[in-house]
Design a binder for this molecule. Structure first.
Ligand code: ASP
Length: 343
């Protein structure tokens, strides 16, 4: 019997309505298990480890990512795969973070959750969780895991985690992977796309990275953005990295002050990466004249990476390499585990 460890961090899937406030709050795992007897009736042995208390994912932070990754690492030899129950709001951040933390991962780590709590009649919880468990336990004829990556399974799609973004607060298809196809689709059968899967070097043992540096920021450009705002952000004490959210193919206003502020920040050792505000497509600096200034200022291209993947990658690279800015910028320009397309 294949074995899967279910790591529960919380999220709507585990929630009940609080009688006093009327708001949804995380319940406990016993309540959850009572709604999900199927967990222990299927062909896969499921063991559970849970955060206590369970969290709404708005309260999940890098310390929580370390706890999740450590649970995978400590139990790695004893399970065929892992499922992480997590709120949808920040799931793409956590799952992206774990994809970078678990280097040379050779077993599935599938994040899932639901839009409606498990106890609600029309809930998407059971289908999401039971299919995620099946995917985490799935092996090919040679006994190898079919999708040995960190992924998100939601509604009927399996996505590479570090390509995802939460796109919908209402519909059951809460996530999308705009720049990379789904790794599997679930209907009557689960159809895998093995040619799209990222496989780690099987000779390398799993390596856990746990140091994060949160001195990063997102600067979203908009028409009319003012110098004092940009200056205040770029001069934040201790700031190490910035995700610069630009227009279209990576374009920005040509105001001289913007170029000066960005160049001065780069000269102070801050790494700035250009990420388009568009969901689909890639940054192409130099395609339009309005991105030449960014290149001249020393801003790096983020190509087609998501903000979630870029932020978590930056935080981990700064944490793991505190004295080596050059190495951090070199690694930011590389595809580490399928998170970015670099031609
Ligand atoms: N607020 C919830 C959370 O992220 C939403 C959800 O799970 O869908 O924990």
């Amino acid at each position: 019997m294949n074995k899967v460890l279910l790591i529960s961090t919380g999220g709507t899937i585990t929630m009940v309505r609080d009688k006093a406030s009327g708001a949804l709050v995380p319940a406990d795992m016993d309540t959850f298990k009572a709604y999900m007897p199927e967990l222990f009736e299927g062909p896969v042995q499921v063991d559970i480890q849970a955060f206590s208390p369970l969290l709404d994912s708005s309260d999940v932070n890098p310390d929580c990512w370390v706890r999740m990754a450590q649970m995978v690492y400590d139990n790695y030899a004893n399970y065929d795969g892992f499922v992480v129950l997590h709120g949808t709001d920040t799931m793409s951040y956590s799952a992206s973070a774990l994809s970078f933390m678990l280097e040379h991962l050779a077993k599935p780590v599938v994040f899932t959750g639901s839009q409606l709590p498990v106890g609600v009649l029309r809930s998407d919880a059971k289908e999401n969780l039971l299919t995620a468990i099946e995917i985490a336990a799935a092996k090919d004829e040679e006994g190898n895991a079919i999708v040995p990556e960190v992924t998100i399974y939601f509604e009927d799609r399996l996505f590479r985690a570090n390509r995802t973004t939460k796109r919908n607060a209402e519909h059951f298809s809460a996530f999308n992977s705009y720049n990379y196809p789904a790794l599997a689709k679930a209907g009557v059968h689960i159809t895998y796309q093995p040619h799209l899967v990222h496989y780690s070097d099987p000779l390398q043992p799993l390596r856990l990275h746990t140091k994060f540096d949160c001195n990063v920021a997102v600067l979203k450009l908009f028409p009319g953005i003012q110098q004092p705002v940009v200056r205040a952000l770029l001069r934040t004490r201790g700031l190490k990295g910035v995700v610069l959210e630009t227009f279209g193919a990576g374009n920005a206003p040509t105001d001289k002050w913007l170029y000066r502020e960005l160049k001065a920040a780069v000269d102070r050792g801050i790494i700035i990466v250009n990420k388009t505000q568009c969901n689909t497509g890639s940054v192409e600096m130099g395609l339009y004249a309005v991105s030449l200034n960014l290149m001249k200022a020393g801003v790096l291209s983020g190509y087609d990476i998501t903000t979630e993947a870029l932020l978590t990658k930056m935080m981990l690279l700064f944490g793991e390499n505190p004295d080596d800015t050059r190495l951090v910028s070199e690694l930011l320009g590389k595809n580490l585990c399928g998170e970015v397309t670099i031609d």
